[in-house]
Design a protein around this ligand. Structure first.
Ligand code: SF4
Length: 474
């Protein structure tokens, strides 16, 4: 392994002092911070970028800027696929483990089409990929890319297919073939779209490197189950001048799954823990391989694809190609992705305050919950399912769920009394009854004392809300 390729800075922890030392240290406040140390602390936390310090960009600090840039660059390079508003960034990972720092650039999911599909099937899949949305705790989850595969190996046919895809979607593209002639036809059809080229191997790397340079596109290096060769291929491509690379160590179903997971893990470990620059690129996985196996029931292929995808999401994949368009395959994976790419230090929270559900009147129930997003959206949908209109008081518990918030005192009778008053809900209803979650039952006496409202203890699980309202709310 070349020592030159190991970037020692990436393995050490960068402190605010390391950054501060290289800043102009004039405390001029042009960056909007009180002083350079405050700015340095935010830089280390990746809350601001060094370019927000205008003096640092001046000629006299050119050396410091360069050193800082090198020091702060992520061990996994960030690559852009697509152009302008429709571009997607992949990679750019700073750490190996999610608890070390929030993951950036969630795994991009591409759905495949081929140049042997009928127009109806091709455009149907493109539209379905583009139109896929799922609202999950206040966030819209989507698919991200279209992978156009040449299964015909016919350059003209591939070109025509890429043209149709380009006409019908702005989603970023992956163009897949091992033939440079086929790929070049696709690249001509996708002019100015900066697709990801898939994939350079030991046999075609030179021709594909030429294409990547000519069309200014990122290129995938593919070396199935051979990390040494993958590293050597990356080195060769970098020396040839291709800088934006994506690595594919191969995705293997069934008994090959352990090798797959091992390879993905070893590559990311080499980049993040050892600072190996030759492996410091985004990773592409292909759960679509599950479909290569012939089985009588296609659900079996789809099921395998679903679990391969979920394993890859947890094992550092930055972009992946899938075939299934079934909700039961895609939904668990987009939700898993959303969970993994959320900052574990900050629970997903919604704004505190009073919500109206349906068309409540002065006799409608007043209910209470916390501002943990998952709790809030579950409670809201269970109230809607009950068909009963009402008011929902959302208490700021710092995004903590009911039982934890009661235990940690983020949800107290005092806090509830404050928000009941602040929302002025007493002006909206003529009764004085509030329904609290079953898991906050032990606060009921204190709440009654502090608010003067009668407390009704609701179900411990919000799925019991419809039954509770039907039986208890008169
Ligand atoms: Fe310091 Fe730069 Fe901010 Fe001025 S703009 S206070 S020099 S970090």
């Amino acid at each position: 392994m070349s020592e030159r390729a190991i970037r020692k800075e990436s393995v050490k922890t960068i402190s605010p002092i390391d950054v501060y030392t290289l800043l102009p240290k004039t405390n001029c406040k042009e960056c909007g911070e009180e002083n350079c140390m405050a700015f340095a602390a935010k830089v280390v936390n990746r809350e601001v970028i060094i370019e927000l310090c205008p003096p640092l960009l001046e000629k006299e600090y050119a050396e410091s800027y360069k050193t800082l840039w090198e020091m702060l660059k992520p061990p996994v390079k960030e690559i852009t696929v697509g152009r302008s508003d429709h571009a997607i960034k992949i990679g750019g990972k700073l750490v190996m483990y999610r608890h070390e720092f929030t993951y950036s650039n969630p795994t991009a999911i591409a759905i495949d089409v081929t140049d042997e599909m009928s127009d109806d099937e091709l455009l149907g899949r493109v539209k379905r990929t583009e139109g896929f949305t799922y609202n999950y705790i206040g966030q819209v989850l989507r698919l991200n890319m279209v992978a156009v595969r040449s299964t015909s190996n016919d350059p003209a046919r591939f070109k025509s297919t890429v043209e149709k895809v380009v006409e019908n979607t702005n989603l970023p593209l992956i163009l897949c073939s091992f033939s440079s002639e086929v790929l070049e036809n696709g690249l001509v059809a996708a002019q100015n779209r900066r697709p990801l080229i898939y994939a350079a191997t030991k046999d075609n790397w030179k021709d594909l490197a030429e294409l990547a340079l000519m069309y200014k596109c990122p290129l995938t290096a593919f070396a199935p189950n051979d990390l040494n060769f993958l590293r050597s291929l990356t080195k060769t491509l970098l020396e040839y001048g291709v800088e934006d690379l994506v690595l594919d160590p191969g995705t293997f179903p069934n008994e090959g799954l352990s090798d797959t997971i091992n390879n993905f893990t070893m590559i990311r470990r080499a980049a993040c823990k050892r600072g190996d620059e030759l492996l410091g690129f985004p990773l592409i996985g292909t759960p679509i391989v599950a479909w290569a196996e012939h089985v009588d029931a296609p659900e079996v292929n789809a099921w395998k694809e679903a679990y391969i995808a979920s394993m890859l999401i947890t094992r550092y994949v930055d972009v992946m190609i899938m075939h299934s368009k079934d909700g039961w395959v895609l939904l668990p994976n987009v939700v898993l992705r959303q969970n993994i790419y959320t900052d574990p230090r900050k629970p997903v929270a919604v704004e505190a305050g009073l919500r109206t559900i349906g068309k409540p009147n002065e006799n409608s129930p007043v209910m209470l919950t916390t501002n943990f997003a998952l709790t809030y959206y579950t409670v809201e949908s269970d109230i809607e399912a009950s068909g009963v209109s009402g008011y929902l008081i959302v208490t700021d518990t710092e995004g903590i769920s009911v039982d934890s918030a009661v235990a940690g005192r983020q949800l107290t009778a005092e806090k509830i009394a404050e928000i009941v008053k602040a929302t002025k809900v007493e002006e909206k209803v003529k009764h004085r009854k509030v329904i609290i979650p079953g898991k906050a039952a032990r606060l009921s006496g204190e709440i009654e004392q502090l608010t003067g409202w009668e407390v009704l203890v609701g179900p411990r699980d919000s799925s019991g809300i419809p039954k509770f309202l039907q039986e208890k709310w008169k």
